[in-house]
Design a protein around this ligand. Structure first.
Ligand SMILES: [Cu+2]
Length: 158
């Protein structure tokens, strides 16, 4: 896969259970969104904060295309994500700022490490659709039957 994708891929069970709802927190700091990639379960909430001594803005051009407006220093805003999918986060004050929220249907997911390796722990035995998503590549999906330790690999393409 492209090296950038190897570092920032998320692998998740599309149709696995939600063992626990997953929310996320994203902080504006040093002219960036941190972390670069957040994952929440469907219906999950993302809380936004701003540690910079100047305002930011948060909007997405994807799906419902919302705009949370301006976020001042130490301000807090929150957004609930009710539909699965990937949302690009942008700031209309600083064109270089970019991050992603990936909304997934199950709490069984993992971010890849710098080399593209991932581990999803404690997956209940069964057959699932397993997807790999990363910015700028096509999402890859395969069927996987899990029974104890199960190895899977993906190839991601632009
Ligand atoms: Cu900004």
């Amino acid at each position: 896969m492209p090296p950038a994708a190897a570092k920032s891929a998320v692998v998740y069970l599309q149709d696995g259970p939600v063992a626990q709802p997953v929310n996320a927190s994203i902080i504006n700091k040093q002219m960036s969104f941190a972390p670069y990639i957040s994952v929440v379960t469907t219906g999950g909430k993302v809380t936004f904060g701003n540690n910079d001594p100047f305002p930011h803005n948060i909007f997405t051009p994807d799906h419902e295309k919302w705009d949370l407006g301006q976020l001042d220093q130490h301000g807090v805003k929150a957004k609930t994500f009710t539909k699965p999918g990937a949302y690009t986060l942008l700031c209309n004050l600083h064109p270089n700022m970019k991050a992603y929220v990936l909304v997934v249907g199950s709490s069984y997911f993992a971010k890849s490490d710098g080399k593209g390796n991932f581990t999803i722990k404690d997956v209940p035995a069964g057959t699932y659709k397993l997807s790999a998503w990363a910015p700028g590549v096509q999402t890859a999906t395969q069927s996987v039957t899990v029974s104890g330790d199960t190895a899977v690999s993906f190839e991601l393409h632009r």
